[in-house]
Design a protein around this ligand. Structure first.
Ligand code: HEM
Length: 399
């Protein structure tokens, strides 16, 4: 097996890639003041019980830590909402963001991929993230929403400011540094809201053939979404729509570099691409963790978690639980079934999963056609994103 830790200099905070979990499936981290769920079955239990494990994690964050959030609204922020509101909002946004809307994008995804690879040919170095994995999903989601893809430098600045940090999240001792982090995140957030609000206002006035127009017009039981909710949903799409898929593309190429026999296999039989994508999602889980808060005292694994506690569900660890996945450190696209949790589980299951899978499938197929070999450059190392809850590369030079 390839020793991926040394080979790619994987950051120490990505503990799930550094060897098997030696502790219990559920543990309390006294230092951070929160619970960690590492086991597959326990993770499934949490995600399947929104009544006990709420997605509204803001309600238990100490007030002092939220001082800068006073004028800030998470109204309509789908990932943070519980039933029954969640179901209603999800139905509304799903009525605009349908499987057909996504499936129809296939030719355009292929076209953008080819254009990006053509442009990269003019340069003497091929760096997967800058040349393909970042721009492709951003252009796709921008075109889908109806905001100018040419503004993508702006989206990248906002996304980087919000997501790229090295510090571990802690609920203990809210200090000046934590406050400064929150403050630093608020500025890009406000800019992003203002930008999208301007587009929403414009669509209310003059709808176009884009997702923002569908969202402002979407109706369930005679109700429409207020602007604030359309803006917040558009923010989720813009952020989730590119960061995670960028990670998926980079991670998949990295898996094929680390396991060259799998690269040969999929080159010869392209019908295996969807399985390669699924196994990449398990092996390098892009969103390593999702948060929940306990609504009441709950039993989980062999522990009792009191009410109003923060629970981190480690999807990346669950996806490497040997009780569920045999030889979890082996990249094996032949796993059948492969019930990984990379897109979550239950009512919050990733709404963008069909789009992410489609982009991954189309881009990998074209990449395999265009490049005889996908191989990293030993003299120009891969760089991982340092954020402790994400698994992905921010630089992936290929030979
Ligand atoms: C939810 C992962 C791509 C939109 C989620 C969740 C995960 C996830 C784990 C569940 C969060 C939770 O339970 O708290 C991923 C991964 C992706 C990806 C790994 C790519 C490889 C996308 C894309 C979009 C998207 C491309 C949209 C364009 C959403 C939305 C939700 C969500 C709207 C919220 C669903 C809800 O709360 O009901 N995603 N995602 N995601 N994702 Fe994705």
């Amino acid at each position: 097996m390839a020793d991926i830790v040394q080979r790619y200099d994987i950051p120490k905070q990505h503990t799930w890639l550094h060897g098997p979990h030696t502790g219990k499936p559920v543990e309390f981290d006294a230092g951070a003041g929160m619970w960690n769920v590492y086991g597959f079955h326990e993770a499934q239990e949490v995600l399947g019980d929104p009544g006990a494990f709420s997605s509204d994690t803001m309600r238990i964050i100490p007030k002092e830590m939220l001082a800068s959030f006073e004028d800030f609204s998470l109204e309509g922020f789908l990932t943070q909402i519980d039933p029954p509101e969640h179901g209603k909002l999800r139905k509304l946004v799903s009525s605009a963001f349908t499987r057909k809307v996504v499936a129809d994008l296939e030719p355009r995804i292929a076209e953008i991929t080819r254009e990006l690879l053509d442009a990269a040919r003019e340069r003497d170095r091929f760096e997967l993230v800058t040349d393909l994995a970042y721009p492709l999903p951003v252009i796709v989601i921008a075109e889908l929403l109806g905001v100018p893809a040419s503004d993508r430098a702006l989206f990248k600045r906002w996304a980087d400011a919000l997501f790229q940090r090295e510090a571990k999240v802690s609920l203990n001792e809210p200090d000046a540094a934590a406050e400064a982090e929150v403050q630093a995140a608020m500025k890009p957030w406000r800019e992003m809201s203002g930008y999208l609000q301007a587009h929403v206002t414009e669509r209310r006035r003059a709808p176009r053939a884009d997702l923002l127009s569908l969202l402002v017009q979407a109706e369930v039981d005679g109700e429409r979404l207020p602007d604030e909710q359309v803006v917040n949903f558009a923010i989720i799409l813009l952020l989730a729509g590119h960061i995670t898929t960028t990670m998926l593309l980079g991670n998949t190429v990295l898996c094929l570099d680390a396991f060259p026999e799998q690269q040969e296999r999929v080159r010869a039989d392209r019908s295996a691409i969807p399985d390669v994508i699924e196994e990449s999602l398990r092996y390098f889980t892009p969103f390593a963790a999702v948060g929940r808060s306990t609504m009441r005292e709950v039993e989980l694994g062999d522990v009792t978690i009191p009410a109003d506690q923060m629970v981190m569900v480690w999807l990346a660890w669950a996806n490497r639980d040997p009780r569920q996945f045999a030889d979890p450190a082996v990249f094996d696209p032949g796993r059948d079934p492969n019930p990984h949790l990379a897109f979550g589980r239950g009512i919050h299951f990733c709404l963008g999963a069909p789009l992410a899978r489609l982009e991954g499938r189309v881009a990998l197929d074209i990449l395999l056609d265009r490049r005889e070999e996908l191989r990293t450059d030993p003299d120009d190392p891969v760089q991982f994103i340092p954020t402790p809850t994400m698994t992905g590369v921010r630089r992936l030079p290929l030979l």
